[in-house]
Design a protein around this ligand. Structure first.
Ligand code: CO8
Length: 260
């Protein structure tokens, strides 16, 4: 465990539960992403850990996605460092040999949705106040190709096209309907349902399951792996544009107003 992550690793079942606890909304800052990557690396190396459940300790929110403040008013160097950490988290999660389950106990926009769809299975709290989706266009920004492909691999081309162009955030029932999540359960049962599902997945012959997972995801992962530098440059050039900075500022103001 580290400052913003509580990891409960049950040695007898081989299942680790990673609780995100970065107040107020588990937004993914460079520091938090780095913590997540270090923890994932350790768990991945640990032969005694075969399954990972990701959940949130914060009320009402799984993760608010990338920390918008990391993309606003920052130097190109810093933006590049940030983006490299986002890539790293995605590569570690999407390429994990562990069985990964997202126990989505709150809202999960943008980067929070990305984290969820890197997992093998998603269980969401059946609370209509929560939503999940890749809403980047609503911020005036564009989900990169590897966000898009992870989404296509989850809900198919047409659902992805609609949801990305419109920047849709889906209520749990809608998310279930398009296959963005796999199961809805009452809020207080998200973690126990994830544990139950984990048992099923861990009963499959491990090597066969891992090779199959890798086969399904390899081409998407390779595309980013072999283009990391160009993807960073793309991001930095895009996000530091005056017009994009303005969109982000307006979006942040809108968030504050909604609150007031
Ligand atoms: N980054 C930074 N700060 C955030 C973020 C965020 N993503 N989300 C919320 N906050 C802040 C709020 O501004 C607020 O700050 P303050 O207390 O100072 O006013 C505080 O966190 C609490 O937020 P709320 O009061 O809004 O909390 P609620 O519980 O009412 O709502 C939500 C929680 C639903 C998560 C809500 O905060 C929300 O909708 N947040 C915005 C989520 C969002 O749109 N994230 C998108 C981030 S972009 C991304 O992840 C992918 C980018 C890909 C880049 C591609 C570029 C090329």
């Amino acid at each position: 465990s580290s400052a913003h992550l509580k990891v409960d690793h049950d040695q007898t079942t081989g299942v680790a539960v990673m609780h995100m606890q970065s107040p107020p909304v588990n937004s993914l800052s460079l520091d938090f992403l780095t913590e997540i990557c270090i923890t994932l690396e350790k768990l991945e190396m640990d032969k005694g850990c075969r399954g990972l459940i990701i959940t949130s300790s914060q009320p009402k929110v799984f993760s608010a996605g990338l920390d918008i403040l990391e993309m606003y008013g920052k130097s190109p160097e810093r933006c590049g460092e940030f983006w490299k950490a986002v890539q790293e988290m995605w590569l570690k999660l999407y390429g994990s040999n562990m069985v990964t389950i997202a126990a989505i106990n709150g809202s999960s926009p943008a980067g929070g949705c990305l984290m969820s769809i890197t997992c093998d299975y998603r269980i969401m709290a059946d609370n209509p106040r929560y939503s999940i989706g890749l809403n980047e266009t609503m911020l005036g920004i564009v989900a990169p190709f590897w966000f898009k492909e992870t989404m296509v691999n989850t809900v198919g081309h047409r659902n992805t096209e609609i949801s990305l162009e419109l920047g849709l955030l889906y209520k749990p029932a809608e998310a279930l309907n398009i296959g963005l999540v796999d199961q809805l359960v009452p809020e207080d049962q998200v973690l126990s349902a994830a544990t139950q599902t984990m048992t099923k997945w861990l009963a499959i012959p491990e090597h066969a399951r891992q090779i199959t997972k890798s086969m399904m995801r390899k081409s998407t992962i390779e595309k980013l792996r072999s283009n990391r530098e160009a993807d960073i440059q793309n991001f930095v050039n895009f996000i530091t544009k005056e017009s994009i900075q303005k969109s982000l500022r307006m979006y942040m103001e809108m968030l504050k107003q909604k609150k007031a």
